[in-house]
Design a protein around this ligand. Structure first.
Ligand code: DQA
Length: 138
């Protein structure tokens, strides 16, 4: 089982960025914990602040025969028709994850251009959401 975690803009700042919303752990640190927890899963990780790179990575995930993608597209979730189209255009199942509960935040965060094409959404469980997403594929 090969699963790719794909993080979008500003998620490289996890641990430093608004810790009251996103927590104080870096993603690199959390990713090491995940690899330890799911030794039977080949976990990949990619982060980009660039919309086109996220789209390219989604295409590549299919080419590389990942079984699933866990996607936190950050703010692009609420703006990017291109990322939505990429999710819709690949056959690899995608789960949408948000660290914060986007439904309990500003109204512009209630809109997702991605959800319609995903297998499901996990929002508001902190970094644990990624773990729940991995489990959903096992
Ligand atoms: C986020 C929620 C988005 O609204 C925000 O722009 C992010 C992070 C989350 O994980 O809670 O960058 O996707």
């Amino acid at each position: 089982m090969k699963i790719l975690i794909l993080n979008g803009p500003n998620l490289n700042l996890l641990g430093k960025r608004e810790p009251e919303i996103y927590g104080s752990q870096t993603f690199e640190d959390y990713f090491t914990e995940l690899q330890f927890k799911f030794k039977e899963v080949e976990l990949g990780y990619f982060q980009s602040n660039i919309e086109g790179e996220i789209i390219d990575r989604l295409h590549k995930a299919q080419e590389e025969e990942f079984n699933a993608v866990i996607l936190n597209a950050g703010a692009y979730t609420h703006t990017s028709i291109g990322i939505g189209d990429a999710v819709s255009g690949i056959t690899t199942p995608v789960i949408e994850v948000h660290i914060s509960n986007v439904m309990d935040r500003e109204e512009f965060r209630h809109v997702s251009y991605i959800s319609k094409y995903t297998a499901g959404i996990i929002t508001g469980f902190g970094l644990k959401g990624y773990e729940l997403a991995v489990k959903s594929f096992l």
